[in-house]
Design a protein around this ligand. Structure first.
Ligand SMILES: [Zn+2]
Length: 149
């Protein structure tokens, strides 16, 4: 996404205008410049190829050629997109949908991060622990769980 002059939804072929680049602080504290599309969108590596998906397509029924894993990844990436835009309810809704399709350490960690931001420390701790059950060396989960305990 960063550095591209223009974005295009792979599904509906709609051009996604970019808003001006902004600074964004990643969960690990790193500050990066990002080109953000004016409407929410996500770049997703699927089993077929890389797709850029606009929010409109995401919220409609997604095509049947996506595998369960692809769909989980799409929900996960939109979860992150909503997180970066400060849309907390949608962030959690997308991550929860991802989790129903596929349980990964990344998804649990993203949910933990969201819960912690809402002040739900116990839920955050529980999700980080689930992430570490799946991947004992999951870096973000280890780091953030340590801070919470
Ligand atoms: Zn679209």
């Amino acid at each position: 996404m960063a550095g591209t002059a223009m974005s295009l939804c792979t599904l509906c072929k709609t051009q996604l205008p970019l808003s001006s680049p902004e600074q964004w602080t990643a969960p690990d504290g790193e500050v990066v410049d990002v080109d953000r599309t004016a409407v929410p969108s996500a770049v997703v590596e699927t089993s077929l190829r890389e797709f850029e998906i606009c929010e409109f397509c995401y919220q409609r029924t997604l095509p049947g050629f996506f595998t369960r894993q692809d769909l989980a990844e799409i929900h996960y990436q939109f979860g992150l997109e909503y997180r970066d835009r400060g849309q907390h309810a949608r962030n959690i809704a997308s991550l929860t949908q991802a989790l129903q399709l596929c349980e990964t350490a990344d998804i649990f960690a993203a949910l933990a991060y969201a819960e912690n931001r809402l002040g739900h420390r116990d839920a955050a701790i529980a999700y980080y622990r689930r992430a570490l059950q799946i991947d004992p060396v999951h870096f973000m989960s280890r780091e953030n769980l340590q801070k919470l305990l």
